[in-house]
Design a protein around this ligand. Structure first.
Ligand code: UT7
Length: 334
C-alpha cells in the first residue's frame, strides 16, 4: 500500500500597506540605497503600523483570504500551526490567538519557533499529522512582525527585515502529489551569532535590558552568511540527490529570502537557471517565517499540478532544511 501523502491545497498571504523604502532608511540611519541593494538585493519592505496590532492580525487577514478563495469553513479546520519568532505575547501561543480570532472551534493549535526555517518545520510537522490519518485540514502559518524586534538605530539589521504573514492549507492528497521528502537540521551552537539577548528566562526584561537595546535582533551578519550559504546549499543539493532529481527535473526553487547573494549562491550550487528561482526579496526584505509562503502566494498562478518544487531555508538557531514537494493543483483563475 502506498503511504498517504499530504498536499498544500491553498495558499494566501498578507502584507501590511506601509512601505519602508531604502530612500526613507537613508534619512533615518547612515546608509545608502546603493549599499542595501548591492549587499542584500532589498529595495523596500512592508511594515505593520497601528497600535495594538501584532503578528496574529496579519495571519488572520491571510486566513480570511484563504477561506474566501478555497470555500473552507472555520469549523472544518482540525489543527493550526503558527511559525513565528514574534509571537503576539510570550504565551499563550499566537496560533491560539489566531484560532480565537478566526472562530476555529474544532482544532488544536501550537506555535513553532525555528526562526527563518520555521515555516518548513511547521510544514513537515503538519505533513506527519496528515500522513498518520489523524488530521485532515491543517492551517500552517508563517508570520512575523519583525519591526517589533528590529532596532531602527542599528543599520546592520534594520535594513534587512520586513513584516508579512502567509498561510497554506494542508489536506490529504487526492492524486498522490504533495510533500515527497524533507530534511530538517539544527545546530544550537550557532545561537551566539543570531539571537535576541533579553526578554527570555535567562535575562528577563529590566530597565537595563531596555537601555542596552537587548530586546532586538542581534546578528553577526558575516558569520551567519557563511553558515547560511553552506548549509542551505548542502541540504538543497542533498534532497535533490536522495530523490534522483537533476536541475532539469525541478520546476521551481523557493529559497528563504534572506539575502539575494545567498539565494544566487545556493541556486548556482543546485545548477538551476535563474528563471526557476522565486525571488521577491527586493519588495519585501527578509520576512523571516513569512518569506516562503509569500513566494508560493505570488507565484500560485504559475504553478502546475505535478511541478517538482524544492523549498529551502536557513535561520537562527541555527536551523535549516529543505522540502521536496510535487505541486498538487492547478489554480482555477476566476
Ligand atoms: O534570515 C536568516 C539568517 N540571516 C541571514 O542569512 C543574513 C546573513 N548575512 C547577511 O545577509 C549579510 O551579512 C548582511 C546583509 C547582514 C551584511 O552584509 P555584509 O556584506 O556581510 O556586510 P558586513 O557586515 O561585512 O559589513 C561591511 C561594511 C561594514 O563597514 P566596515 O566595517 O567595512 O567599515 C559595516 O559597518 O558595511 C557596513 N554596513 C553598512 N553600511 C551601510 C553594515 N550595514 C550597513 C548599512 N549601510 N545598512
Amino acid at each position: 500500500m502506498t503511504k498517504k501523502k499530504a498536499a498544500i491545497t491553498g495558499v494566501q498571504a498578507y502584507v501590511p500597506e506601509y512601505i519602508l523604502s531604502n530612500q526613507e532608511l537613508e534619512i533615518m540611519i547612515d546608509t545608502t540605497d546603493e549599499w542595501i541593494t548591492t549587499r542584500t538585493g532589498i529595495k523596500e519592505r512592508h511594515i505593520l503600523k497601528g497600535n495594538g496590532l501584532g503578528t496574529s492580525d496579519m495571519a488572520v487577514n491571510a486566513a480570511i483570504g484563504l477561506f474566501k478563495k478555497t470555500g473552507i469553513k472555520p469549523e472544518d479546520i482540525d489543527m493550526v500551526i503558527c511559525s513565528t519568532v514574534t509571537p503576539d505575547m510570550p504565551f499563550p501561543a499566537t496560533a491560539n490567538i489566531i484560532s480565537d480570532k478566526l472562530g476555529l472551534i474544532n482544532s488544536f493549535s501550537l506555535d513553532i519557533n525555528a526562526a527563518c526555517s520555521g515555516f518548513l518545520y511547521s510544514l513537515v510537522t503538519a505533513t506527519k499529522f496528515i500522513e498518520s490519518g489523524t488530521h485532515k485540514k491543517i492551517l500552517v502559518f508563517g508570520a512575523d512582525k519583525m519591526s517589533s524586534i528590529v532596532d531602527y538605530t542599528d543599520r546592520t539589521t534594520c535594513v534587512i527585515f520586513g513584516d508579512a504573514a502567509g498561510v497554506v492549507l494542508m489536506e490529504p492528497s487526492e492524486n498522490g502529489y504533495g510533500v515527497m521528502d524533507s530534511i530538517l537540521r539544527t545546530d544550537g551552537s550557532g545561537r551566539m551569532h543570531l539571537h535576541q539577548k533579553a526578554g527570555g528566562s535567562v535575562k528577563p526584561a529590566s530597565h537595563n535590558t531596555v537601555d542596552e537595546h537587548e530586546h532586538f535582533v542581534y546578528q553577526e551578519g558575516q558569520a551567519v552568511f557563511k553558515f547560511a550559504v553552506k548549509n542551505m546549499a548542502d541540504v538543497s543539493v542533498n534532497i535533490m540527490k536522495q530523490n534522483n532529481l537533476t536541475s532539469d527535473d525541478i520546476a521551481w526553487f523557493i529559497p528563504h529570502q534572506a539575502n539575494l547573494r545567498i539565494i544566487d549562491a545556493v541556486s548556482r550550487r543546485m545548477g538551476l537557471d535563474k528563471d526557476k528561482v522565486m525571488i521577491n526579496i527586493q519588495r519585501y526584505g527578509n520576512t523571516t517565517n513569512g518569506s516562503i509562503p509569500l513566494c508560493l502566494w505570488e507565484w500560485e498562478d504559475q504553478l502546475k499540478k505535478g511541478d517538482n518544487i524544492i523549498l529551502s531555508a536557513f535561520g537562527g538557531g541555527f536551523t535549516w532544511g529543505a522540502v521536496y514537494l510535487k505541486w498538487a493543483y492547478d489554480k482555477v483563475i476566476s
